[in-house]
Each structure stands twice: as C-alpha cells, then as structure tokens.
Design a protein around this ligand. Structure first.
Ligand code: IPD
Length: 311
C-alpha cells in the first residue's frame, strides 16, 4: 500500500544516511597516518581495477543486517555478497520485494580519495525499482526518490535542477551538452574489443567533426566520474545530458534508475549480440549489460521539444 511504501522509503533514506556516514568515517581514516595499513585492505577481483575494500564489505554487512532486522522476508542483492563467484545473470527476480545495494560505488575513487563515491540503495517490487537512495558523503549530496513522491537532492531540491540556458535535448543536437561514459573494468587490449570501442566512442563524442557530435554541433564536454550510480544521479539532476555504459551490474544502476525515472528522465537498455535484449523504456529491465540514460526535459521543453530546441 501507499503507507507501506512511505514507511519503506523513510527507512531507506535513514539507512542511506547511516551507511554514508560510515563511508565518510572510513574515508577520513585514509587521511590519517594509518593510511598505509588501510591500503593493504585492497583486494582485486577480476583484475587490478576491479577492487574491493574492507569498507565495501563492512558497509554492505551493516545495510544487509539492518534490512534483515526490519524486513526479514525481503530479498537482498548486494555487490559484495553476490560478486563472490557469481556469474553474470539476472539477479533480480519478480517474486519477492528486493533490496539491491552497492555499499560503495566508485571504489577506485574512494581508494584515491577522489570524492565521487557513494552508497546506493534501491527497493524493487516486481522487478521495478521504486525507491532509490544515493548518498555521496564527501560531496554532501543525498539523492532520494520514491515512485509517485518525487526525486530530490538533499531532501529539499526537486530534480531536475533548473539550468539556464538549457541546451537542446541531445538526441538530435548534442551541441552544448555534457556526455558521460565510463571506462569500466574491461581493459583487455584487443583490437575492436570493448576498450577500443569505448575509446572510439569518446573520440566520436568529443571531436568537432566526428560521429554524433559532428552532426549537431560540438558537445561541451565528455566526462567519466568513475561511479555509474553518480552518473545516473547527475543525469537525473540535469547536469549530464546523456550517460551510457556497457558492463554494469544491477547494483550499479538500480537506485539511479529509480531516481532518474522519477525525475522524468529516460533510460533504455541493450545487450551484446547473443544475449537477450530489452528496449523497454517504461520498465527498464535490470540485468541488462548496457544502459543509456537521458536527462529529464527542462521546464520549457515539452515532449515534442525533446527532439531539439534552438538556443
Ligand atoms: C563500478 C563503478 C564504475 C563503473 C563500473 C562499476 P564499483 O562500481 O561504478 O564507474 O565503470 O561498471 O562496476 O565497483 O566501484 O562499485
């Protein structure tokens, strides 16, 4: 019911704040003389950029036990619980209310004290992310959303934030937009492989005469924050016009998708050839590999204005 959802939302927001506080305390420790011993806690998973710290595990354990105490019948899908030995598969099933959590998105940033890291908590019902809580404690930015209740920055500012001038929606005319794309963790040096295609896409996005940028004017910038979750939050905020990444897991995107959709943005998915493909914009299918997000339209951009508006 609505009342139940309100209660889950309040619980999720408080949980995000508490978990973010733990992240902040742990990050502040890294400034201390004990930094060397903290550094030893890095553990590599698939490769040297796919790392996990004790903080990821501790914060996930805190979130998992808090949820289990309050909602014992709910399912929990967390990055550190699932990444041990699991294969890439569709982790969210529709049968139970599910919490999908990344205790620390942007782990590499965190280990470098680059402030773009956050905790990401999503509540999912029947496969649909209804609640998103994203807290980046170093930035003091708390993003929250609940289906039908709005999307917010620091609980007071409705998303998207108003930007002036608002550039055209990027689909047809990317001039003046900021695009965002992550490098991801697949660094295999294979011609035509994932990494090469990403490099090419960065070039296409940035070049004066290249690819999409060439067709509709030069983009203002191309960014990689190092956190897929914050990329989605910044797209919901309207700071990014487009974000895409191939190779995401559910916990990287679930809360960000809830936030972006509630703010009025669009997200769509795709998979590499041979894997099931979904292009369902309304109820985006978690478990896809590639996500493309477009910021919400600004106040003067009606639906038809999405295709491109003169500045
Ligand atoms: C990663 C970050 C990174 C993105 C990867 C994610 P993690 O999450 O969001 O920016 O490129 O796809 O897995 O490992 O820092 O939680």
């Amino acid at each position: 019911t609505d009342k139940d959802l309100d209660e889950v939302y309040s619980f999720a927001v408080q949980l995000g704040k508490d978990a973010g506080k733990l992240l902040l305390e742990a990050a502040q420790l890294r400034y201390s003389p004990t930094r060397q011993s903290v550094k030893e806690q890095l553990v590599e998973k698939e490769n040297a950029v796919d790392i996990v710290t004790k903080t990821d595990e501790d914060v996930e354990a805190f979130i998992k036990s808090s949820i289990a105490a309050k909602y014992p019948s709910h399912k929990f899908v967390g990055e550190e619980t699932y990444s041990k030995g699991s294969t890439r598969s569709y982790l969210i099933d529709d049968s139970l209310p599910t919490w999908c959590v990344d205790p620390l998105d942007g782990t590499v940033n965190y280990t470098h004290l680059f402030p773009m890291f956050c905790v990401s908590i999503a509540f999912i019902l029947k496969g649909v992310p209804l609640i998103g809580v994203i807290y980046a404690p170093f930035l003091n930015q708390l993003f929250t959303s609940c289906r039908g209740r709005g999307a917010w920055l620091n609980e007071t500012q409705a998303l998207p934030l108003v930007r002036n001038p608002i550039p055209p929606m990027p689909g047809n005319a990317p001039g003046g937009c900021i695009f965002s794309c992550e490098w991801g963790k697949d660094r295999k040096d294979i011609p035509d492989g994932n990494l090469y295609r990403k490099v090419e896409s960065f070039l296409n996005m940035a070049a004066e005469s290249g690819g999409r940028a060439g067709k509709g004017g030069m983009v203002h910038g191309v960014r990689s924050l190092g956190s897929a979750t914050l990329d989605l939050a910044y797209t919901a905020m309207g700071a990014f016009d487009i974000w895409w990444e191939g190779g995401c897991w559910e916990w990287d995107v679930a809360a960000g998708i809830a936030l972006l959709q509630e703010a009025g943005g669009l997200v769509t998915t795709a998979n590499p050839p041979g894997e099931p493909t979904t292009a369902d914009i309304e109820e985006v299918k978690l478990g896809s590999r590639l996500y493309l997000a477009i910021r919400p339209a600004g106040p003067s951009e009606n639906e038809s204005g999405r295709a491109g508006q003169e500045r």
